[in-house]
Design a protein around this ligand. Structure first.
Ligand SMILES: Nc1ncnc2c1ncn2[C@@H]1O[C@H](COP(=O)(O)OP(=O)(O)O)[C@@H](O)[C@H]1O
Ligand SMILES: [Mg+2]
Length: 361
């Protein structure tokens, strides 16, 4: 879906915002604290149904107001679509798709796949492995929706086995769950390896283009490194650890302990990368995913880039804008309009000031 208009009421600093977006690149300018990130967040909220900044949605309701509302409109193929999300401090959220009240936005596949780059998201690069695993699993769900089931089945089998271990249950029951865990664990590992395979080359190329020289690398590291064709070997590996797992009270073998490893110059960016290297790694990862999603699903993603220009030099800025404009619909915020290359395919510039947003003159 291409989003053509966004309107927000009582969302963050906006009492009212109503804007038309460009179909390719929209630039949002304004001073620090003006409300640029708030506008990006509102767009994300309207497309995804939650905030990209906080888990506590109510924080996005304008101070001293009871309800926020965001609406987006646009088209997918030749059909017009709309989404509205109302957020009531007391009652929670209400969703509307094409004007009808719905329980969830998830089934509406015409919504754009959405990627956000903002400084808070560095956690994805720097944080614990579980953050990256969860992110990779979301990529897999976006690329191949049917495979969501593998992840769910694995999590269920894992919870069952852990419960049996901590209860000290007998071997027969564990045998059953070891087999289940092996089946779903192998499927999950295969999905994740395929997910990484779909983005690793793009990741390296984009990282290099944006200034990481030599190119950074992306790899799925599994601790369950038994022959993927051999379910029995996996079952044996679980059985071998059964006693020590019982002592710890949880399963120590399997993809719930795997890692998505990002390296630059053979060292993990997570631990040794500079802030700048971590930012570029994050950007390269998100853009590589967007390219893969666009290619596999034939749907153009919505790419929200918050404050991405300030740390790039002019050449890199140019390469970045060229690249993202070729992937999907893009919003870029910046305090300095000069930071956006003048030859870029920009079709709208919005200026934020005094709590208002309007087309720049
Ligand atoms: N729930 C809220 N209600 C009203 N104002 C808010 C709310 N949350 C944040 N703000 C205000 O939004 C402003 C920051 O906007 P932001 O979009 O982050 O600025 P920037 O243009 O620098 O990205 C701050 O002045 C902050 O007080
Ligand atoms: Mg900001």
């Amino acid at each position: 879906m291409i989003v053509q208009s966004l309107s927000a009421r009582n969302f963050r600093s906006y009492e009212r915002a109503q804007v038309e977006l460009g179909e390719r690149v929209t630039v949002v300018t304004g001073d620090n604290g003006a409300g640029k990130t708030n506008l990006l967040e509102a767009l994300f909220f309207g497309c995804v149904g939650r905030s990209c900044r906080t888990r506590i949605d109510a924080q996005a309701v304008r101070f001293d107001q009871p309800v926020a509302r965001v609406e987006v409109e646009g088209y997918e193929s030749s059909d017009r679509h709309s989404i509205a999300v109302a957020l009531d401090r007391k009652e929670g959220k209400t969703y509307f798709a094409d004007g009808a009240r719905v329980e969830s936005l998830e089934p509406f596949e015409w919504r754009p796949p959405t990627a956000v780059f903002m400084p808070d998201r560095l956690e994805l690069i720097k944080g614990a492995p579980g953050v990256r695993r969860g992110h990779l699993d979301q990529l897999i769900a976006a690329l191949w929706p049917a495979r969501r089931a593998n992840r769910r089945s694995y999590a269920e089998a894992l919870a069952q086995r852990n419960a049996l271990l901590s209860r000290g249950s007998g071997g027969d029951q564990l045998d059953v769950w070891d087999r289940e865990l092996a089946r779903h664990g192998r499927a999950l590992i295969a999905d994740r390896q395929e997910g990484v395979a779909a983005i690793e080359q793009r990741f390296a190329a984009i990282g290099l283009e944006l200034g990481l020289e030599p190119a950074p690398t992306l790899r799925y590291r599994t601790i369950a490194d038994v022959d993927p064709e051999d379910e029995d070997a996996y079952v044996t590996a679980l059985a071998d650890r059964r006693e020590s797992d019982r002592q710890r009270g949880f399963t120590t073998f399997g993809p719930h302990r795997d890692e998505l490893v990002i390296k630059h110059q053979a060292r993990e960016v997570r631990t040794y990368g500079s802030q700048g290297q971590q930012r570029i790694s994050l950007l390269a990862l998100l853009l590589a995913e967007c390219e893969a999603i666009a290619e596999v699903t034939d749907r153009g993603p919505l790419i929200l880039l918050d404050d991405v220009m300030s740390e790039l030099d002019a050449t890199r800025r140019h390469l970045l804008v060229e690249r993202v404009a070729g992937i999907g619909q893009v919003l870029i915020t910046t305090t300095e309009i000069e930071h956006v290359p003048s030859e870029a395919p920009i079709d709208a510039v919005l200026a934020v000031a005094d709590g208002q947003v309007a087309p720049a003159t």
